[in-house]
Design a protein. Sequence first.
Length: 102
Amino acid sequence: MSCSVWPYTSENIEKAKYTFELEKSSILTVNIDHIQAGVGGNTSWNADGMPLEKYRLMKKQYNYSFTIYPFENRIESLSVYKMLNSSQQRNKKYSEYHTRVD
């Protein structure tokens, strides 16, 4: 899985031909890729390069889920994060802070 956050809208990213044409936005674009090209090819520097079979993503259905915790840029956020990720809290409900995206 690969994740990134950009201070640009998806429309602006698609429209820009060069990175200097990107205009910063007041919103963030979150990009989450659950599948990406394999790595580990012997000739990955040319057009015929392919990852070794053991590193390829085979054609099949892949499922995944993740949780996003929204935080403000404050020191209190760190303590809430630690609480949510502590082994004691993993099995308890934390719906006040929990957002699930499937």
